[in-house]
Design a binder for this molecule. Structure first.
Ligand SMILES: Cc1cc2nc3c(=O)[nH]c(=O)nc-3n(C[C@H](O)[C@H](O)[C@H](O)COP(=O)(O)OP(=O)(O)OC[C@H]3O[C@@H](n4cnc5c(N)ncnc54)[C@H](O)[C@@H]3O)c2cc1C
Length: 331
């Protein structure tokens, strides 16, 4: 393994300063992605800066929403009564991710920054534009059953792996960052970049910028929200397709719809085409199917992953039925 130095810091300003001032350093939170990356040689930092002692792990209610500290553990967020009551979609997404042991270590900040699971990205001998810009994308003509069909480019088709980020996208959450130039906020939907010509750039985040918190705004309709994850086995597996759905039905018509898709896109995908098709339509199967098909019209399948188009449509439709039933507004 590549040798590196280890530093432990206990205040946010020092953490930012330590990483921002050294291009060869990286933050270490729960380590559930970072240590893997070190082991396979994809991450080769000179130094890791352990941020686990920073005071940014609280989960706090406020202004009708909730603030999740950047170091809040996935298991603590999933178990929090406010999250369970107001944002079941987030609790379910977290509980369906990884394993109990991993969720006890993994943090919200690390979850948003986790790297893709593409085997070619993790294999130092394979062509991967994300790891070595300009080297090509072995997945395009390779083993791509798990890869994305939405938001891809000829340079990268890796699917984004996070479940929590899909729920946070549907909830219009906001990422709070602290960097050498101060604090700023970025909506979750803007926090993940499409690969385009620069798949190596995944976030609009500068080196040394720290995720201090994620703010989830009040979304009254989210109390009956649903996260549906379809995967090869029912636990400890990444999504082939997933849908985070917030639905409000009034007098049998869809009054509000927020949908995030996972497993099928290069970023946590806000399904705005489907949302637009649903609002004002009868809350019934035909509307759900039309909305799902409309969203997936832009899909670009590449061989082995072609099944994901129909799978994503079916996942959206089933999740919409589940959300409508939870609200008691189904026809
Ligand atoms: C076997 C396995 C299965 C998994 N299954 C799933 C799954 O089904 N669904 C899912 O969503 N996830 C899954 N994961 C991923 C897991 O959720 C992530 O590894 C975890 O959330 C990362 O958090 P961490 O605190 O361990 O981050 P670390 O590994 O410590 O860090 C990850 C990255 O984030 C950066 N970072 C960490 N914290 C911050 C911060 N506050 N600000 C800025 N940068 C930061 C680090 O520098 C590093 O680049 C799985 C992981 C494994 C190993």
């Amino acid at each position: 393994m590549h040798p590196f130095a280890y530093t432990r810091v206990s205040d946010v300003a020092t953490a930012v300063e330590e990483v921002a001032s050294d291009p060869g350093s990286e933050f270490l939170a729960g380590g559930t992605t970072e240590v893997d990356m070190l082991r396979v040689g994809v991450a080769r930092p000179r130094r890791v800066v352990d941020i686990n002692a920073l005071p940014i792990s609280r989960i706090e209610e406020g202004d009708g929403g909730v603030r999740l500290g950047g170091l809040a553990r996935m298991s603590d967020v999933a178990a929090h009564p406010v999250v369970r009551e107001r944002y079941p979609v987030l609790a379910q997404a977290l509980e369906k991710g990884a394993s109990p042991q991993l969720r006890n270590m993994a943090t919200i900040g690390g979850n948003l920054m986790q790297r893709v699971r593409c085997a070619y990205f993790r294999d130092g001998g394979a062509a991967c534009n994300k790891r070595v810009p300009g080297s090509g994308c072995a997945a395009v003509g390779g083993v791509n059953r798990g890869h994305a069909v939405l938001g891809t480019s000829e340079h990268c088709i890796a699917a984004h792996p996070s479940d929590a980020a899909v729920a946070l996208t549907a909830l219009d959450a906001v990422v709070r960052l602290r960097g050498p130039d101060g604090e700023r906020s970025v909506p979750v939907d803007d926090f993940f970049l499409l690969p385009g010509d620069t798949p190596e750039r995944e976030h609009p985040v500068g080196h040394g910028e720290l995720i201090t918190a994620v703010d989830v705004p009040p979304v009254p309709a989210a109390r009956t929200s649903v996260y549906l994850k379809v995967r090869d086995r029912e636990s400890y597996e990444f999504a082939l397709a997933s849908a985070a759905v917030v639905l409000r039905v009034e007098d049998g018509m869809v009054a509000e719809a927020r949908i995030g898709l996972g497993g099928v896109a290069t970023k946590p995908w806000r399904a705005r085409e489907a949302e637009g098709a649903l609002v004002g339509a009868p809350a019934e199967g035909a509307s759900y199917e039309l909305a799902a098909v409309r969203e997936m019209q832009g899909a670009v399948p590449r061989g082995m992953n072609a099944f994901k188009v129909e799978l994503a449509e079916r996942t959206v439709v089933r999740a919409l039925h589940m959300a409508a039933e939870r609200q008691g507004g189904a026809r």
